[in-house]
Write a protein that binds this ligand. Structure first.
Ligand SMILES: Cc1ncc(COP(=O)(O)O)c(C=O)c1O
Length: 384
């Protein structure tokens, strides 16, 4: 089976002389020109025209009323949760199968992650299982949700769109409404993905994007908050720009804010990358199609397809080993790395990490199953 898998991957990663990273950036548009303009004019830092332009274009692209550009996706999540009202001692529902930043952002607010299981169909939070678990442990008081076991408020839920595949948002929104829990989307991996025809990032009160070097578009490092609520957008902008009241010379800060504003030189690259996004998305679908065909003929393994209701950005392709072949996962990782194809397993589920072991959690059997069987494949748009 390992040889068959390697053969299937080689039909996309064809050059035996090079190393294939999981996701590499592409700069084929105005990236150099816009970055040079910043260097030539000296507008490299916290002011300049590209930040406003990037925010405007991002909002237009995603159909959100407002976008606020920040220094990275983790910072975006942190301010989303703070604006959502997460305070010290509050619980926040997050998947255990996610990058550590989703839970860390909760901790930065003094909150406690409450780990939810995922469904195999989407790799995102399972709405039915979440509802069953809340019916067991939660009660609604004054339209707010309290965990009866821990006594703490459940102040937000943060579904994540894993590898760019949208989570099933409608039933999740419904569960959150039923229990009075604000929904914040971790859309770090999912720019360009649609849920029932609408961009992800538009289904909760706020959402977070990442433009790290490994994402579908990059600003070097960077992130953004999306929201359709103008008041929340203004508060987010204020909080991420040191909470400074606008004035020509006075430095009056009306709360403890953050220096999270995206620098102009990063936004310049972001503007150029956004211009190329439709092209990247088309290439990602072409790469996904090649993997699909190659793995159709590979027994013991299934290529992960976007859910029916979604149009995924296919940020990272993934395969799932059949249960009886799960024991071969590390041999596959090893064989591909030997061939300089840098495949990767799913994240170690966050409830296993030392700082999160004592956190509340529901049954996480699907998460643990995905950990055993999932392997990510190189997916850079340059592969097409
Ligand atoms: C699911 C998820 N959330 C949050 C982040 C954090 O983004 P950043 O690396 O830009 O801080 C990432 C990626 O890096 C991510 O994959």
């Amino acid at each position: 089976m390992i040889d068959r898998c390697l053969g299937a991957i080689r039909s996309v990663c064809v050059d035996e002389t090079r190393t294939y990273g999981l996701h590499e950036p592409s700069f084929e548009g105005n990236d150099w020109a816009y970055a040079k303009e910043c260097l030539d004019t000296g507008w490299v830092s916290s002011a300049g025209k590209f930040v406003d332009r990037f925010e405007r274009h991002l909002a237009e692209y995603t159909g959100s009323r407002r976008a606020i550009a920040v220094v990275n996706g983790t910072a975006a999540l942190h301010v989303c949760l703070q604006i959502a009202g997460v305070e010290s001692g509050d619980e926040v529902i997050v998947p255990s199968l996610t990058f550590v930043a989703t839970a860390n952002a909760v901790s930065y607010c003094g909150g406690i992650p409450h780990f939810a299981d995922v469904e195999e169909r989407t790799l995102g939070i399972d709405p039915g299982k979440l509802r069953d678990s809340l019916l067991e442990v939660a009660k609604v008081e004054n339209k707010r949700c309290r965990n009866r076991i821990t006594g703490r408020w459940i102040r937000a839920a943060v579904p994540m769109h894993t590898f760019g595949h949208p989570v099933d948002l409608d039933p999740l929104v419904e569960v959150c409404r039923e229990f009075g829990i604000p929904l914040v989307e971790d859309a770090a991996e999912a720019l360009g993905s649609l849920y029932k025809g609408r961009h992800v990032g538009n289904h909760g009160i706020l959402s977070a994007l990442s433009f790290n070097g490994n994402k579908i578009i990059t600003t070097g490092g960077g992130g953004a908050v999306l929201t359709n609520d103008v008041a929340l957008a203004d508060r987010t902008k204020h909080l991420t720009t040191t909470a400074k009241r606008p004035h020509r010379w006075d430095f009056f800060h009306d709360q403890i804010g953050y220096n999270y504003r995206m620098p102009n030189i990063n936004a310049a690259i972001g503007c150029a990358q956004l211009e190329q996004l439709d092209g990247f998305l088309a290439r990602k679908r072409a790469i996904a199609e090649r993997y699909r065909k190659a793995f159709d003929d590979t027994p013991g393994v299934r290529w992960f397809r976007e859910p029916d209701f979604a149009r995924s950005n296919y940020w990272l392709n993934a395969i799932l080993l059949e249960d009886s072949r799960a024991f071969l996962r590390d041999a596959l990782l090893s064989a591909t790395h030997d061939a300089r194809i840098l495949t990767r397993p799913a994240w170690i589920p966050l409830h296993k990490l030392p700082m999160y072991q004592a956190c509340p959690k529901m049954d996480l059997s699907v998460t643990l199953d995905m950990e055993r069987r999932l392997v990510n494949l190189p997916s850079s748009s340059s592969l097409s």
